[in-house]
Design a protein around this ligand. Sequence first.
Ligand code: GTP
Ligand code: MG
Ligand code: NA
Length: 343
Amino acid sequence: SQKSESDLRSPICCILGHVDTGKTKLLDCIRGTNVQEGEAGGITQQIGATYFPMENIRERTKQLKADAKLKVPGLLVIDTPGHESFTNLRSRGSGLCDIAILVVDIMHGLEPQTKESINLLKSRNTEFIVALNKVDRLYGWKTCRNAPILTAMKEQSKDVQNEFKMRVSKIITEFMEQGLNTELYYKNKEMGETSSIVPTSAISGEGIPDLLLLLVQWAQRTMVEKLTFHKELQCTVLEVKVIEGLGTTIDVVLVNGVLHEGDQIVVCGMQGPIVTNIRALLTPHPMKELRVKGSYQHHKELKAAQGIKITAQGLEQAVAGTALYVVGPDDDVEDVKETAMQD
Ligand code: GTP
Ligand code: MG
Ligand code: NA
């Protein structure tokens, strides 16, 4: 049976990969933002979340004549740090997602945290797309701003094309050594069995339309199976943050269900369960990063999937990485408190 739009939630896509492969820069390229240059040492140290309305994604994939029938409201993208010391954040991020983008630097191939990320994805059976990033660094690359990758490839000299082929086949071999079949997406006839590789540049935008299109196609294929909206709340605390004017806030990812202003919530605290009420439900504007301070939109209620900033009293001791619960009309608050502390 045909699912109506309200039955589907936005897919969650996590970006994983070794440090400095260009995860944040790829998102900057899609968002038209400059988050990466604002990071201390150019290193991501927190999980991020950005909501992309489907109309923006459709716009960016226009050149590829994407099927516009897609019924999910948008895409929630989770950025993670690649630095070796943030294994817990990569694990947390990958635990929330429906699909992942594994970013590999075409000049470096598979690196230690690429392999760590592969193992996380394998252990959760998460499908992923490889963004083979920094193609603009191939010697002699001719910029074709925001072009589909095959359009850009046609503009390159024989030398660039040969270096590209050589590096791609080396990287496919490296994936094979990890027990994974990969292939350039436009040659990949067995999506699912073989993971697709999309060559990209986060600096000049080549391959970005292709990357977004693959995400859209994946969502279409798995919508009913994976993206059916449930009322049952699934919500994880990403960060606990003091924001000037708002006090202590929590950044959460709402994976499924609905949150309302005023809801009584329970989160795990360092000294025991915290019971409080949602004072404000805030999101950044679409295409803006939740972890970057900016102006927020206020909401009376929010439906999954979303990255949300919650303000409430008594959040100082909240523990990042744990689940958030809502006390429903039929729930006993003591039971919910007990559940919250089991995380
Ligand atoms: P962490 O979050 O710290 O793991 O790094 P990251 O994977 O998010 O990489 P980031 O976006 O911080 O980019 C690292 C560096 O690579 C920056 O100096 C970027 O400007 C550069 N960079 C990223 N993507 C590209 C690309 O496609 N081409 C070129 N030439 N440089 C890139
Ligand atoms: Mg980053
Ligand atoms: Na970086």
